[in-house]
Ligand binder design. Structure first.
Ligand code: NI
Length: 387
């Protein structure tokens, strides 16, 4: 058994914070109420230094340990909600119609606040802790903006740790792996340019709908026939705009989608070959292709030594049987990747129990997980910066 019991005294208070944040979701960088709430709580704990307004609404707060000099480690929570209409009958469901905390960032904030309260009271570590509350994880690359705003250098952050809840994993369980743990995300846009006409006279047209359909199948062939089956590549075409009528073959079709990879070589391959395949197919039928490929979030890569430290902390907290240190990487992406490019660190997954999945209108963060997240943060600090 671990030491999670030592953090249960914070559960009811953290639950109240979490439910307040859940009731008041805000989007992307427009987190004014949220940031005010977080900063007021931090101030009430007697924290040494609080800086607000970083990357618009981000916050970094410092707590100095009482055990002498040492490095500073960063602990990161994301703050933004999603543009989803909540479907829940909970007393604390969203009061902002069309916005909801469907990814549990309300819980992530409450856990880091709980840890802040504990750490500001005990200070049983050397060096300092930087609490990083970042905006716009879902859409806007807030993690990248925080790094670009210079937080790593300005606050002398030496290592950085992240945490995300995962529905379907037991409450009190942790999952992590060394190396790539979440995928890179890229986005592409296509315009397939043919020649439109009457649907009854296809031979007088260059039908971009049929050509686009073959391109979609061709892209899946890149995955099944040109990619090592032991390496992960996901190509999803998610948008397809053609004619509006039953009897019109359009001049052009617009398509868009996303690409997810875990290794840099495959990312380069995807960017190159998606265009080559589309161009080849279109050319064969007399059509043209316009193509835009945009690299977004990089692969989230856990560093060796920091992953070992995260595993040690989770084991101490929850017991060795509750920590799976060899989970399979996930093909979702996470802008904490930018912080892990800037500094060594690791992100860990925390069980949210059998709730609805992330980004689902019936999702809710599980308050029973709060002491585990609070305890994990506190234990990471006392493990990485021992007195
Ligand atoms: Ni999230």
């Amino acid at each position: 058994m671990g030491s999670v019991e030592a953090f249960r005294y914070l559960q009811s208070e953290a639950t109240a914070w979490r439910r307040y944040l859940h009731e008041n979701p805000e989007l992307d960088y427009r987190l004014h109420k949220t940031a005010r709430f977080v900063a007021e709580k931090l101030a009430s704990f007697g924290i040494d230094h609080i800086e607000t307004g970083i990357a618009e609404t981000g916050i970094v707060a410092l707590i100095h340990g009482k055990c002498g000099a040492g490095p500073t480690i960063g602990l990161r929570a994301d703050m933004d909600a999603l543009p989803i209409l909540e479907q829940s009958d909970k007393n604390w469901s969203s009061k902002a119609s069309g916005k909801m905390h469907a990814c549990g960032h309300d819980g992530h904030m409450a856990m880091l606040l709980g840890a802040a309260k504990y750490l500001a009271t005990t200070r049983n570590f050397k060096g300092s802790v930087a609490l990083i509350f970042q905006p716009a994880e879902e859409d806007g690359l807030g993690g990248q903006r925080m790094v670009q705003a210079g937080i790593m250098d300005r606050f002398s952050i030496a290592k950085v740790f992240g945490l995300h809840n995962v529905p379907g994993m037991k409450v009190g369980s942790f999952g992590i792996c060394h190396g790539p743990i979440m995928a890179a995300l890229d986005e592409f846009d296509f315009i397939v340019k043919g020649k439109g006409g009457h649907a009854a006279k296809p031979h007088e047209t260059i039908d971009p709908v049929v050509i686009a359909a073959q391109i979609i199948v061709g892209l899946q062939t890149l995955v099944s026939r040109n990619t090592n089956p032991m390496e992960a590549l996901v190509i999803s075409v998610t948008r397809f705009n053609a004619a509006q009528a039953y009897n019109v073959i359009p001049d052009q079709v617009e398509m868009a989608g996303s690409v997810r990879t875990l290794v840099p070589g495959l990312r380069d391959f995807a960017e190159r070959q998606i265009l080559a395949a589309a161009r080849g197919i279109a050319c064969g039928f007399g059509a043209d292709v316009e193509f835009k490929y945009c690299r977004s979030t990089p692969v989230t890569v856990n560093h060796q030594k920091e992953t070992d430290l995260a595993i040690k902390a989770a084991r101490n907290l929850a017991g060795p049987a509750s920590v799976d240190e060899k989970i399979s990487p996930r093909m979702g992406s996470e802008d904490f990747a930018y912080m892990l490019e800037a500094r060594p660190g690791a992100v860990i997954f925390l069980g949210n129990g059998s709730t609805a999945s992330l980004h689902h209108p019936a999702y809710d963060f599980n308050d029973d997980a709060l002491p585990y997240g609070i305890g994990y943060w506190a234990t990471v600090v006392e493990t990485v910066l021992p007195p």
